[in-house]
Design a protein around this ligand. Structure first.
Ligand code: MRU
Length: 341
């Protein structure tokens, strides 16, 4: 199912903050609404953010009353800057904005022609992501054996992408091949993407899923209950994989228990010009830690540290499953900007 659609200047997508209790559809009509939806995680997950970024700029293009190409380019640049400012870690957000802006700059034509080019490029990002996730699923499913139990962290599913999912795309593909697999989903404190979104998606699709709290991962691994870990990514740099906070801990635990730890992500999530130390990790508000939902669970005024992502060094990663195949340890030493060209 398509998670994001363009309909005559309006972007249609589920409000992920309402799931799993309510299925609410957002109709995003302005760049400000798109910015708000990204900031508040109504729209979330790296590949979906790439498509949302493209469509966000497309809204500005669609609504533009610019008389000249220069004016038009200036307007959509402002929209792109606003969208990029919402979240710092997932590289797809920046990639999506830049891709449509660069397309517009490359077209030498009338304002109408530029508008069409921007909207078509945003649509192309979405269409390509859907196809890439199927390819990721196909490559990744080969790593999963009949009867395996796969642990995942956060939500790298259909909801986090345009269609099908990355980590959950791998699981979905294995399931569709008839492999009798099971999934263990970490709840993923503090925002519970595992409990709210991964458990929802898998349960809806009839894929056996068992929910655990994050601090149970070591226990289930030590009991031999996990054959493989697969997670998504927000940014893959030369020496590490950025993903939802807690991923690094899962990777270290998997290493200790000799369980292969895989990352599934499209190449739009690669940022091989950078090292981990150069990436900004989003810091989120204290209330996400001091409260569970609306219920306060910590004393007033306690100091809180709330990073949304962490960096897993590549030494813990058995392979990165992409649309072009699986990059394994033997490729990692070659991870430089030219590697994937
Ligand atoms: O803060 P979120 O919910 O946007 O974080 C999402 C994740 O960390 C996902 O694992 C990642 O974006 C991969 S989604 C295919």
């Amino acid at each position: 199912m398509r998670m994001i659609k363009w309909q005559n200047g309006t972007v249609i997508t589920p409000d992920q903050t309402k799931l799993p209790l309510q299925e609410v559809t957002l109709e995003i009509k302005t760049v400000d609404q798109m910015a708000e939806a990204i900031k508040t995680l109504r729209v979330r997950g790296a590949p979906l953010l790439g498509a949302a970024a493209g469509f966000g700029v497309a809204i500005a293009a669609y609504q533009s009353k610019a008389k000249t190409a220069a004016q038009f380019l200036a307007e959509i640049e402002v929209a792109g800057t606003l969208i990029k400012r919402q979240r710092p870690t997932a590289v797809n957000l920046f990639w999506g904005v830049d891709r449509v802006l660069n397309k517009a700059k490359a077209v030498k034509g009338t304002v109408e022609q530029l508008k069409t080019a921007v909207i078509q490029e945003a649509q192309a990002i979405a269409d390509e992501d859907a196809a890439q996730n199927r390819a990721i699923g196909k490559h990744g499913a080969e790593l999963i054996k009949d009867g395996d139990t796969v642990l995942t962290h956060c939500n790298a599913g259909e909801l986090a992408t345009v269609e099908y999912g990355t980590a959950l795309g791998v699981i979905r593909a294995a399931w569709e091949q008839g492999k009798k697999i099971k999934v263990i989903a970490d709840e993923t404190r503090p925002l519970l993407q595992g409990a709210r979104l991964t458990a929802y998606e898998l349960k809806r699709d009839g894929i056996p899923v068992t929910l655990i709290t994050d601090n149970m991962a070591a226990h289930v691994m030590s009991k031999g209950m996990v054959n493989l870990v697969v997670v998504g990514a927000d940014r893959i740099v030369q020496d590490a994989v950025f993903n939802k906070i807690g991923t690094y801990g899962v990777a270290v635990l998997a290493h200790e228990h000799n369980i292969p730890f895989y990352v599934a992500a499209p190449k739009s999530t690669f940022d091989l010009t950078r090292k981990a130390s150069e990436v900004e990790i989003e810091q989120r508000k204290p209330e996400e830690v001091t409260h569970v939902g609306c219920q306060q669970t910590a004393p007033d005024g306690v100091a809180v540290y709330n990073p949304a992502f962490d960096a897993t060094p590549l030494k813990y990663v058995a392979g990165i499953i992409t649309e072009s195949g699986v990059y394994t340890k033997k490729h990692f030493s070659k991870f430089n900007p030219k590697f994937l060209l």
